[in-house]
Design a binder for this molecule. Sequence first.
Ligand SMILES: O=C(O)CCC(=O)C(=O)O
Ligand SMILES: [Fe+2]
Length: 219
Amino acid sequence: MRRLDELAQNGYCRLPTFLSPAEAAGWLQRLDECRGSFRAVGGKGGLGLPFHMMDGEQAMARLGDICAQLQPRLQEVAERVTGKRLEPIRDRRRALRIQRYRGRNEGFRWHFDGSHTTALLTLGNSNRGATEVVPASWTPLLKPLFYALYPLRDVFSLFPHVTLVAEPGELVILSGRAVLHRGAVGDGPGERVVLLAAFDPTGAKPRPIQDWIARRFNY
Ligand SMILES: O=C(O)CCC(=O)C(=O)O
Ligand SMILES: [Fe+2]
């Protein structure tokens, strides 16, 4: 299947060898050198799951080389896979994020992204965490239900979904605004470390209300 068709049909597309295992391990080591700079996120209003993150502005200040090398490569692949001209979302803090999910209780609850396309690069996954995605065919039903059932988001696990357990170096391109997805907690000790880059089509109209909602509800 062509990647474009795969993305349209499933809402995601996997590129398992985007980075070599050695390259992924090298970047992970760089992140570990600034371990102390990751902040604990408890989830807004106590409704989200905990995890640790470094936002785009902090990443630019502390890990400028990662940003400079990886973000353009992620954008290029995301453009190729979506067949669209893309640009990083306007909010620089959310345009690039590094997220760490430790042990068996850190994760990211079911949500839709505020941005059109997300490139999700796995750098480490020793606790076997996963990205879970509900197929796009459920979206027309789930979009209106999502905000109504927001406090009960765990019920969305009852819908059919795929579980993507990525190895270090795998890149997933996700139509994050179009499919319900989550960062599922791992089933062992260790942690999953992902770098996310968020893109919108070039010249897309600003969506201040939707952006506010995404920020308010997601992080
Ligand atoms: O961690 C994951 O697998 C998904 C994270 C996510 O969807 C997000 O940060 O928007
Ligand atoms: Fe997301």
